[in-house]
Design a protein around this ligand. Structure first.
Ligand SMILES: Cc1ncc(COP(=O)(O)O)c(C=O)c1O
Length: 361
């Protein structure tokens, strides 16, 4: 049985991208974001690769994600970016030796309830303008007091998250940086600000720890700047196959809603990938796929299991030909733009129907 859609993850490309990150922020420690199954790339193999390549810590969103990695014997420093959500998770964080990123006082209470002997590493997240999670800057003195009150807690540092670093012209990043700096004036402890966009586009945000995610997977976090120009290599290639090659007369239409009308007699390829595999329906007729290095436009709507492509540029393509959906030479960023979304969503949106393989462990 041959799989319809294969995602090949090149772990060597992830190591290369880590090298680029290191070169950009040589003085900072690296907390690599492997949440959401390593942005759809496979949390366990990616985390093992990154730890072996010497990242200083991993970051996951929640306890479930951390446990997947711990069960796979991924050790080392690992941060829960959303912190702990219950007393049970507080106890588990201690047991599994996880760093907790605390963003509200009720989370401090959960840790406090573990008693004075509990040893845990904590980060405090300060909200400098993202307005999702985080303590307001004026809470910093109270947070410092919490550390004094809990001498067994190990303090990892202060975190904030950037809202607009992908736009190099947006002054909000500088404003967030200024708020963070002002809130922590004279306060000891490591600082962490930069996501991938901060890391690559805003050197003043590097601080003590950088927290790259997307850049490690080889996609560009900065609008208008291709990954290649940033020295990044796409780690994931998604491929399918031509399962039919048909010829239609001028005026015939393709697929649901008859969205595409053949302007002339033309060959059409049917490719075994659809929205049930994670190819957004919104890309219909606006994206390109690749066969033998040739780019071919989609013709008609994406359906659940199939797409149709205009084979006029490659009339001799055969059933069984490999069709590249994204990967080196055909950046996922293009497809994301065609779907009016971001590459993060494409990566995370691949479904269980896609067969994953990992190269260069
Ligand atoms: C708190 C935090 N830090 C770092 C990251 C990594 O971001 P990116 O993938 O843009 O580098 C994320 C991802 O959303 C995050 O939520």
């Amino acid at each position: 049985m041959s799989p319809r859609v294969v995602a090949t993850v090149d772990l060597g490309a992830i190591r290369h991208n880590l090298g680029q990150v290191r070169a950009k922020a040589p003085k900072a420690r690296i907390m690599a974001a492997v949440k959401a199954d390593a942005y759809g790339h496979g949390a366990v193999p990616v985390a093992r690769t990154l730890m072996a390549a010497g990242v200083d810590a991993l970051a996951v969103a929640c306890m479930e994600e951390a446990l997947v990695l711990r069960r796979a014997h991924v050790g080392g420093q690992m941060a829960l970016l959303e912190g702990i959500l219950s007393a049970e998770e507080a106890a588990m964080a201690v047991y599994e030796q996880l760093d907790v990123v605390l963003h509200d006082h009720w989370q401090i209470e959960l840790l406090h309830a573990l008693g004075p002997t509990a040893q845990i590493r904590v980060w405090f997240k300060i909200d400098t303008g993202m307005h999702r999670l985080g303590f307001p800057p004026e809470d910093v003195p109270r947070l410092c007091q919490a550390l004094v009150d809990h001498p067994r807690w190990q303090f990892a540092g202060w975190i904030t998250h950037l809202a607009c670093a992908d736009d190099l012209d947006d002054p909000f990043t500088t404003q967030q940086l200024a708020r963070f700096t002002a809130a922590l004036q004279g306060v000891p402890g490591p600082r962490s600000i930069a996501n991938s966009a901060g890391l690559l586009g805003w050197p003043q945000t590097h601080a003590d720890w950088v927290r790259p995610g997307l850049a490690l997977y080889g996609a560009s976090p900065i609008s208008g700047l291709p990954a290649e120009q940033l020295g990044l290599k796409p780690a994931m290639t998604v491929e399918s196959r031509l399962i039919a090659v048909r010829t239609f007369e001028a005026g015939e239409t393709l697929g649901y809603g008859r969205h595409f009308t053949c302007p002339e007699r033309m060959p059409v390829g049917v490719v075994a990938i659809g929205y049930a595999d994670g190819l957004p329906r919104a890309v219909s007729s606006r994206a390109e796929v690749g066969i033998q290095g040739q780019r071919l436009p989609l013709a008609g709507r994406v359906s659940m299991d199939m797409i149709t492509v205009d084979l006029r540029p490659l009339p001799h393509a055969r059933v069984g030909s490999t069709v590249q959906i994204w990967g080196p030479g055909l950046p996922a960023e293009h497809l994301a733009a065609a779907a009016n979304t971001i590459v993060y969503e494409l990566f995370c949106g691949l479904t269980q129907r896609v067969r994953f393989q990992h190269r260069n462990p």
